[in-house]
Ligand binder design. Sequence first.
Ligand code: PMP
Length: 425
Amino acid sequence: MKSYKDLSKEELKSEIEILEKRYNEFKAQNLKLDMTRGKPCAEQLDLSMDMLDIPAVELRKAADGTDCFNYGVLDGIPEAKALFAQMLEVSTDEIMVGGNSSLNLMYDTIARAMSLGILGSTPWSKLNSVKFLCPSPGYDRHFAICELFGIEMITIDMKQDGPDMDTVEKLVSEDDSIKGIWCVPKYSNPDGITYTDEVVDRFSNLKPKAKDFRIFWDNAYCVHHLTENPDKLKNILKACKDAGNDNMVYIFSSTSKVSFPGAGVAVMATSTENIKGIKKSLTIQTIGHDKINQLRHAKYFKNLDGINSHMKKHADILKPKFNTVLEIFEGELGGKDIASWNKPNGGYFVSLNTMDNCAKEVAKLASEAGVALTKAGATFPYGNDPRDRNLRIAPTMPPIEELKKAIEVLVICVQLVSANKLLNQ
Ligand code: PMP
């Protein structure tokens, strides 16, 4: 297909006419399709159904004799720690098992730093200025935590190998009000990018001016592969230790999209010194998390092989959905120079970049045809995409026929908005 940029005004006009006709045909169908959030579909949730059939008597005693029905155990039963230590490639004493949500762990970690500081540092809330670096496009709920606590967000460009490390290195070494950075290092939300070894090395060798600077390494998609040849992510905790920066990273993950969102198990991995610091206040916050669910997960998955073979079943369901999106993108947008997108090897999203200053208009047009997309701009701090071009596509939830329709509407909208823009230039 010819690039839109090479079309004459007349050619653009006739293209718009065809697109408008197609758009109106979809509009007449009164569609109501929701593509807003990256939730698993019902079929994926069914995969873990058997876990709930484990008899209660088998969920009572942990390996060390702990009665899981009773109070106690702040940081997780041994079986759960062992499972997550394998998944995150750390040792069991670097693991803290939490409740059902890793986002909750991240929120608590920031809230704790705000009110109590980190390992004896001044509580962030007592400082005049606290800033976070936000590689973007990124995860809107990370940004929402910063916004809630009044932490100033600095947008960092995402490149194909990870965040723009030249800028990250420079800023953290110069400004001691920069206290953290949000990272989704594997199959990133939304770009689907896995940070290269070089990027991980540069992270572990950061020389932050603030001694309480922390990398928030949200490894939400560590086992969520879509191909037989999964991306590999270098171990950040080990790299930090090798660089003498043992305390610089907090790793987060959960089984939300392995077993059940809202009823999975969340986990944090960090240095033993950080864990000791966290436990001082955690022990006031709770007597312990849900050990029955921890044991249920440990018994069901057994080990990392168990998790990996379960994740293959997820991939079997998700792959055709991702392929549907990519095929329609390629077929309708390929070669037209009006959009670009990533082909992720895992994770939950396809990230679509339109021409500059088109994303909001595309989302509006799609919504008028009954297709709800994640709000344009949501993938940037303060909801402000400076180029107004990024759209996060979440293909997992809708049944494939609905997904196909929604993406067809979307690509028509992208073409319509682009053609009109070029016509009026
Ligand atoms: N981190 C990222 C990058 C996510 O995409 C999501 C879910 N969309 C979460 C965290 C939420 O994780 P949890 O369910 O463990 O709170």
